[in-house]
Design a binder for this molecule. Structure first.
Ligand code: TRP
Length: 451
């Protein structure tokens, strides 16, 4: 039997999707969900939206617009599990269980939180001014999203990689504390689609709401046309040859064109097609592909109860997975029924957590090194050479500080980095699976919370 890969991703519901979101995230996700081996879970991260937005109208509108965009874009709800995070009460419950094992120090290091603190400090404010517990705990909620469904792959933007890593850390910690040898949670991996180009916006910078350079997706043909007319081009007149490779108008065209259409457009630009006409071509191309989904989009938006039904079915599917799993997790942490206690695994005593240890030694050349040994004496890491014992000591101290580990893999081995330099290496493993298991074991060994 082949097991399908579970792919899970959430979309924060604070805005209206634009053409860049469509080409960069929505379209590839819908395509990926059509793979026979994919078991996709896509959801509206509306609890996350509350962290960033306190405007109820906007939250509600965005939830509807995003749901309609994905459905209009061709997402097949019979194939994927498509739901609203806030329809799954098991998510906040799991969030709490995870909150109780997540190291505060880990969350202190979240980029988004740190950026807010830095901004406050720069402005001479209290470091935590205006920072809610929601923002602070954002990665734990996200970890619950991911771990609840034992996702293997999590397609995200680069800014979210750290959050997926934190989900691994927290899940590992839970497995270690309560698993009794059983791995409750699958370790998720961030999936960064390198091949999906980020679309340029009207001014050539990355298309983004914060740059105010977006092309609207499904609002109307006219809106799209108006935006296209504002695409910045060089000042070459009609008849003068245009360079497709320096034109973001061409890049936009490329993202939607077949090879043949692309070649034709390229030739025309080289032959001096005017920019006005070029914009026309782009509009025609986009309109030919988007007018049908646009119509579906407006139909969906005008019949919200249909969408409500679809999403409730999705929630039911998701809860069919989440509810029994959460019951198991509650059992594991000791939230058990008072009756039939004998059946509960109370007797299964937790293995005494033994600590991993660092052993330092000196090489013949006088340099200092250390090994990190697991509780059972297996070598997890061998350090590089340090000039003095103090430097080696500082490194072991930092490794135990609970800072998110910078682990870099290379074939079937890995190394650990600090401040831009490799400080220690693993053994050579038989394959990547055993390598990843060793990385997981290393993370557990270095988790700072006391048992
Ligand atoms: N934080 C993600 C973002 O802003 C959205 C999100 C929430 C998410 N939960 C998730 C993405 C779980 C992947 C998996 O893009």
């Amino acid at each position: 039997m082949t097991t399908r890969t579970r792919i899970l991703t959430g979309i924060t519901t604070t805005g209206t999707p634009h053409l860049g979101n469509y080409a960069g995230a929505i379209r590839p996700a819908i395509l990926a969900s059509q793979d026979a081996n994919a078991d996709s879970f896509y959801f509206l991260a509306d609890y996350h939206a509350l962290i960033k937005c306190d405007d109820p109208q906007r939250i509600q509108r965005s939830r509807m617009e995003i749901a309609a965009t994905w459905l209009a874009g061709g997402l097949d709800v019979n194939r994927v599990t498509f739901y609203r995070q806030s329809d799954i009460p098991e998510i906040p419950e799991l969030t709490w269980l995870l909150t109780c094992v997540a190291a505060k120090g880990l969350l202190n290091r979240a980029h988004a939180y740190k950026a807010s603190v830095d901004k406050n400090v720069e402005a001479g404010e209290d470091p935590d001014a205006g920072i809610s517990m929601g923002l602070y705990s954002y990665p734990v909620l996200m970890a619950a999203d991911i771990l609840m469904f034992n996702a293997h792959k999590v397609p995200v933007g680069r800014d979210q990689i750290q959050h997926v890593e934190m989900a691994r850390d927290i899940g590992q910690r839970f497995n270690h504390l309560f698993g009794n040898g059983k791995e409750f949670f699958t370790m998720p991996e961030a999936l960064i689609e390198e091949s999906v180009a980020t679309l340029p916006g009207l001014d050539g910078r990355k298309m983004s709401k914060s740059y105010d350079n977006t092309i609207p997706l499904f609002t109307s043909a006219k809106d799209m046309k108006d935006a296209i007319s504002r695409i910045v081009t060089d000042s070459r007149a009609p008849g003068e040859a245009k360079d497709p490779d320096t034109s973001h108008l061409f890049t936009l065209f490329q993202a939607f064109a077949s090879k043949a259409q692309e070649q034709e457009f390229r030739a025309e630009l080289l032959q001096g097609l005017g920019w006005g006409e070029a914009k026309n071509r782009l509009f025609q191309l986009l309109d030919s592909q988007l007018s049908e989904p646009r119509e579906r989009y407006h139909q969906l938006m005008s019949r919200p109860s249909d969408m409500e039904d679809l999403l409730l079915i999705g929630a039911k599917k998701a809860r069919a997975v989440a509810a029994p799993f959460l019951a198991e997790l509650r059992e594991a942490v000791g939230l058990r029924s008072f009756v039939n206690q004998a059946a509960a695994p109370v007797a299964a005593k937790k293995k005494a957590a033994k600590a991993a240890r660092f052993v330092s030694f000196r090489e013949d050349d006088g340099s200092f090194r250390f090994r990190l040994l697991s509780a059972d004496g297996e070598q997890l890491l061998l350090s590089r050479n340090f000039a003095d014992g103090k430097a080696a000591g500082a490194v072991t101290k930092q490794l135990q500080s609970g800072d998110a580990l910078d682990v870099r893999t290379e074939a079937a081995s890995f190394s650990v980095w600090l401040d831009g330099a490799a400080v220690a290496d693993s053994a050579e493993f038989a394959d990547e699976t055993s390598r990843d298991a060793a990385i997981a074991a290393l993370r557990v060994a270095l988790t700072p919370i006391e048992d």
